[in-house]
Design a protein around this ligand. Structure first.
Ligand code: FAD
Length: 265
């Protein structure tokens, strides 16, 4: 938009730009300097003002933005960690992977506590980042738990090998069932042993429980089972959505009428 001669103001809730690239991806993959350079490169185009520490829904409202701008663009990402919805999730020692990585990037390695025996749930990029970071922080054992097999994993082979090179181990075909604790702190993770069903019409094989379980002794569980959109923020602003994903038309306009400043996502 700046290149088209439009003045742009960005409202960013954090103190730095770059989003997940700056806060959510482990620094061994994308350095803070690289993220800063990217943000500086974009703002060097001119006509772009970033207001940091401004959170839509807290310090600024959609009504404020509509009153002050010709158009509002939503680029808030998909930033809420998906919960496992199993017993024991609120025990001390159970962490969200995104929060874990955020804290390491914000506060630095030495200040972030890590367990001795860590289980990481999931096998996407976030899981790999969390597992490698936990190992590099000094965890003696890091076990990645994935409910399907290597053939279905969302992470790349390169990323999987990164985790293996860091000494992380994997348990395939296992899905978390319950987290056990003592004195409020996690001590064990019970997983259902899974098997893959016959392929459905799309050829996809879903994991199903075998009835067997395995129990791991752990003192930290990192949840990396994916992220979900900011559903509450979206619905509280009367935006039509599907499970938090803003509904848009073929021009990327939302349901907010065009007579008001157009809101696009
Ligand atoms: C651990 C991990 C590893 C990844 N590794 C890779 C990789 O190797 N390669 C790759 O291509 N992709 C990777 N990704 C994905 C990539 O980070 C995302 O696809 C990308 O960041 C999405 O960009 P975005 O701008 O849509 O959202 P985000 O990067 O999430 O940016 C959203 C911005 O909106 C801000 N915001 C949110 N809510 C509000 C609010 N209410 N008010 C004001 N500001 C708000 C946020 O602070 C943030 O700055 C990885 C992601 C994760 C989590």
């Amino acid at each position: 938009m700046s290149r088209e001669g439009v003045d742009v103001t960005i409202y960013e809730k954090e103190a730095k730009g770059g989003g997940l690239m700056t806060y959510g991806i482990a620094a061994y993959k994308v350095t803070p300097e690289f993220c800063e350079d990217e943000v500086n490169y974009i703002t060097s185009l001119g006509g772009i003002d970033i207001k940091y520490g401004q959170e839509l829904g807290k310090t600024v409202s959609l009504a404020d933005l509509q009153a002050n701008y010709d158009a509002v663009y939503f680029g808030i990402g998909v930033g809420i960690a998906r919960q496992l919805n199993i017993p024991g999730e609120d025990l001390v020692g159970v962490e969200d992977a995104i929060r874990f990585i955020y804290d390491i990037r914000e506060k630095g390695y030495p200040s972030i506590p890590v367990g001795d025996k860590v289980a990481v749930i999931g096998l996407g990029m976030t899981a790999i980042d969390a597992a490698t970071q936990a190992k590099r922080l000094g965890a003696k054992e890091v076990t990645i738990i994935y409910r399907r097999t290597q053939a279905e994993m969302p992470s790349t082979e390169v990323e999987l090998n990164l985790a293996k090179l860091d000494g992380c181990t994997l348990i395939w075909l296992a899905s978390p069932k319950e987290i056990i604790g003592e004195n409020g702190k996690v001590t064990q993770l019970i997983c259902n042993v899974m098997e893959l069903s016959v392929p459905d019409t799309s050829g996809r094989r879903s994991p199903v429980e075998t009835g067997e379980t395995i129990t791991l002794n752990v003192d930290m569980v990192i949840k990396a089972a994916g992220q979900v959109p900011y559903e509450e923020l979206v619905s509280s602003n009367q935006l039509k959505h599907r499970n938090g994903r803003v509904a848009i038309d073929s021009h990327c306009a939302t349901n907010i009428p065009a007579s008001l400043p157009v809101v696009i996502a």
